[in-house]
Design a protein around this ligand. Structure first.
Ligand code: FAD
Length: 306
């Protein structure tokens, strides 16, 4: 039996492992793909402290993984499923996709989230070459460039406003006549002369050579198509936390894990860190901080349990 099992080996999980091991916990990590999480698909990271120049996503995560392994972290390959608590013994049984199960005295969930895709031609091909799902991360690469934001919810509106710090022009393409985001954000959007809303319109493809050069838009009422020349397309059409395997009682309406101020879930002894938890800012540095906090609180919990 382990003191702690960490599910997910992205920035939150790896940081939890580093702190957990240094606190003397006997722990194990479970990762369904290879370690590193979403950052492995990120071309360059410019906002993680400690790097003067942008660092490649895979380089940053290899360093985190190697650091965790050097300290003694063991990462097994597998997909975690149901977690069952034995209330008498205060231990958790975690089932894996291969039919086996693992036992631990505490659990940290660090499973991240996935951005919803448009699934249009060019989207995948140009991801990291003009297509982005994070203006906070990539906005600075679009200084004085023409961009489009796709979406109409709070995230799309916030990210469009953020992009105006860098881009010379931000088209805000929304499939309806009205944005879904908060009124105050809508007012800021309409007051910003760098932003041009394009309503009742969908994007049907993204084109370019080495990088994005244009998007093809289609008006939903008239079916009329037009080319929009631009350098970047930022897609904010929703995201899904990787929480499908968790019981409903742990989740809010957006399917994020509900946590208290110690990052503990509604089940005593299970903690959640990073992108999958409610109110996450979905950034590497925050995920890493969450992982450290969750590990320290798991340590305190285990001390209390004796
Ligand atoms: C394209 C892109 C660019 C980005 N750029 C930046 C940037 O420049 N700067 C920045 O700060 N942030 C950036 N982000 C956001 C950043 O990647 C996330 O905030 C961060 O990775 C969250 O870390 P995490 O550990 O919570 O989750 P993740 O990185 O998603 O890691 C979760 C891990 O859990 C695993 N997992 C999930 N479910 C299970 C299961 N049931 N069993 C076992 N394993 C499981 C997954 O395979 C994954 O490896 C970017 C995101 C994207 C998509």
């Amino acid at each position: 039996m382990k003191d702690l099992i960490i599910i997910g080996a992205g920035p939150a999980g790896l940081s939890a492992a580093i702190y957990g091991i240094r606190a003397g916990l006997d722990l194990l990590m479970i990762e369904r793909f290879s370690p590193g999480g979403q950052v492995m698909n990120t071309h360059e990271v410019e906002n993680y402290p400690g790097f003067v120049d942008p660092v490649k996503g895979w380089e940053l995560m290899s360093a985190m993984e190697n650091q965790a392994r050097r300290l003694g972290a063991e990462i097994i390959n597998g997909e975690a499923g149901a977690i069952i608590k034995d209330k008498e013994k205060n231990v958790f049984s975690i089932s894996l996709s291969n039919g086996k199960s693992l036992i631990a005295r505490s659990v940290i969930l660090a499973c991240g989230s996935a951005n919803q895709k448009l699934n249009i031609p060019g989207e995948q091909e140009f991801t990291g070459k003009g297509v982005s799902y994070c203006a906070t991360c990539d906005g600075a690469f679009f200084k004085d460039k023409v961009t489009a934001v796709i979406g109409g919810g709070n995230t799309a509106l916030e990210e469009a406003l953020f992009l105006t710090r860098f881009a010379s022009k931000v088209y805000l393409v929304h499939r309806r006549y009205e944005f879904r985001g908060e009124k105050i954000l809508q007012q800021r959007i309409l007051a910003n002369n760098k932003i041009e809303p394009i309503y009742d319109t969908i994007i049907t493809s993204i084109e370019g050579k080495e990088k994005v050069t244009k998007a093809i838009l289609k008006n939903k009422s008239t079916n009329e198509k037009k080319d929009l020349l631009l350098d970047g397309v930022f897609i904010f059409v929703g995201y899904s936390p990787n929480t499908a395997f968790l019981p409903e009682e742990l989740l809010n309406t957006r399917k994020e894990v509900i946590i208290d101020k110690n990052l503990q879930t509604k089940i005593h002894g299970i903690f959640a860190a990073g992108d999958m938890r409610e109110n996450s800012k979905r950034q590497i540095v925050m995920a890493a901080a969450d992982g450290a906090t969750a590990a320290m609180n798991a340590y305190d919990y285990l001390q209390e349990m004796g």
